[in-house]
Design a protein around this ligand. Structure first.
Ligand code: SAH
Length: 478
């Protein structure tokens, strides 16, 4: 094999794309990872970092563009780490995700290719694949001239790429960040500086309920709690009343809060949130339909720190699938683990005997209980706790034996202790909702080795323009 070194220039065909959306080309078994190249490109690249079997290369020029290449809608798409697939047309984005799930099931899950092709359904895409995000978290910092900027981090770094209008977010996000930036300039409020740990404003969290139009803003501040003097609202920012007035003028504004985080870490939000104007939460509605069940809509209350799916339209579809896979007849005991604010739990409750939801964030459980009450649902019980601790002998939460378990873990997937609990409680069905095909495949291997059979898996595109991929899986005990 030829030994390549830094600076070497080559012409290559991009034949694949990696987990971060980078182009992959091969020459004589040597692999090149090329950021900004897309599958189908013929490109001139130069090697930046060479290893024994692979190298990272810079895209110098696209010699013959792929048929699937398009001009990104956002002018910052290349530098911003938020979207990785904007240079691919949407059909090719869907194929990339479908292939990723298939390959992970084969390579990581160890399933036979024919078997995978038998159970894997086509990815559920969406027509309007811009302006879909109901949530954005903008880091706040300074540009090289010292101006206050908001935007998103560049890939694998904490350099803020200034972005006013994010094309996958709601239109109002730009108005809101502008108001806050202007306020910070006017009152000389410093953004947080990660190096020194000084400065005040760290992040701006914005949420919009697409069906209700309600908007929430939460400013994450580098400061400790201000003692309540009993004279009304504590002042967390200079000119707080002016800022509130400007934000309250944004159409749909429902809640303005501050979250306090003095930790020198990458964790965005701290444990304390204080509402400084309006409600503590916003509301949004999710509607399920199809798959032989009655159309139902449930309205949820969402606090700043609670998890809520970022793509409301696709959430309707994802939950419809989860319900179809749960296949409830009306009497079952169901566990909904990693339940967040009870989103899936409350739909399940409409078709089950009783649902038990477990979730680690206490505010989310408070939301879940309030949501059950608000929607008149009395057969769902929620507990704050770790999903992996449920089955342990000294567990604080003891739940009745389930007929069906629904799991919807974060990207790292399920802890092995939870897989063991599922196998020992042996429910008839398991519904796995996953946001990472790799950890999903790892966990499916354990579940199938433990006596479950995969009936169907359907990827759902919750994150158009981005590499992430959601997937719902139906498992039945053999
Ligand atoms: N099913 C919900 C939430 C899914 S996101 C929905 O669709 O809206 C995953 C959730 O798992 C988050 O709410 C997160 O706070 C929670 N979580 C993370 N680690 C957990 C753990 N070890 N035990 C229980 N919940 C956990």
């Amino acid at each position: 094999m030829i030994e390549y070194k830094k600076g070497d220039q080559l012409d290559i065909d991009i034949s694949d794309m990696g987990i971060n959306g980078e182009g992959i080309g091969k020459i004589d078994g040597y692999t090149l990872f090329v950021k900004d190249a897309v599958i189908g490109d013929k490109a001139e690249v130069s090697i930046m970092k060479a290893k024994k079997n692979y190298a990272y290369a810079h895209l110098d020029e696209v010699l013959i563009p792929s048929n699937d290449r398009v001009t990104p809608v956002c002018p910052k798409a290349k530098s911003c780490g938020g979207c990785q697939l904007q240079a691919l047309n949407y059909k090719a984005q869907l194929k990339y995700k479908q292939d990723k799930v298939r390959n992970d099931l084969i390579r990581i899950g160890g399933f036979d290719a024919d078997f995978v092709d038998g159970i894997l359904r086509d990815i559920v895409g969406m027509d309007d694949n811009l302006r879909y995000r109901g949530k954005a978290q903008f880091p706040v910092g300074r540009d090289k001239d010292g101006n206050v900027v908001t935007g998103f981090y560049a890939g694998h770094s904490h350099n803020i790429i200034p972005i006013d209008d994010c094309v996958i977010g709601a239109k109002e996000y730009a108005d809101i960040t502008k108001i806050i930036k202007e306020h910070m300039r006017r009152f000389d409020i410093a953004p947080y500086d990660e190096e020194s740990g000084t400065g005040l404003v760290r992040h701006i969290l914005i949420r919009k309920g697409f069906k209700t139009g309600e908007i929430m803003v939460c400013l994450v501040l580098n400061r400790k709690r201000i003692p309540d003097t009993g004279k009304g609202k504590a002042l967390y920012l200079t000119g707080q009343e002016e800022l509130i007035k400007a934000l309250a003028d944004v159409s749909g504004m429902t809640s303005v809060s501050v979250n306090l985080n003095t930790e020198r870490s990458n964790v965005i939000m701290g444990n304390e949130t204080h509402t400084i104007w309006g409600s503590d939460s916003i509301k949004d509605t999710i509607e399920v339909c199809g798959y032989d069940m009655p159309h139902r809509a449930i309205t949820y209350s969402i606090s700043p720190r609670s998890f809520y799916q970022v793509n409301p339209k696709q959430t309707d579809r994802l939950y419809s699938l989860a319900l179809k896979y749960a296949n409830l007849k009306g009497t079952e005991t169901v566990w909904d683990l990693y339940c967040g604010i009870g989103t899936i739990s409350l739909f399940l409750a409409g078709m089950a005997g009783h649902v038990y939801g477990v979730e680690i964030i206490p505010e989310a459980i408070e939301d879940a209980r309030a949501n059950a009450k608000y929607n008149g649902i009395d057969n769902a019980t929620f507990y704050t706790g770790k999903a992996e601790e449920i089955g342990l002998s000294d567990a604080k939460i003891t739940l009745p034996k389930p007929d069906v378990i629904v799991i919807d873990p974060p990207r790292k997937g399920c802890d092995e202790a939870l897989i063991n609990t599922i196998l020992s409680t042996a429910p008839r069905r398991v519904v796995y909702v996953s946001c990472d095909p790799a950890t999903l495949s790892r966990d499916l291997k354990l579940l199938t080795n433990g006596g479950y059979e995969i009936k169907e898996a359907t990827p759902v595109d919750m994150f158009p323009q981005c590499v992430h991929c959601e997937c719902a899986v139906s498992l039945v005990r053999k």
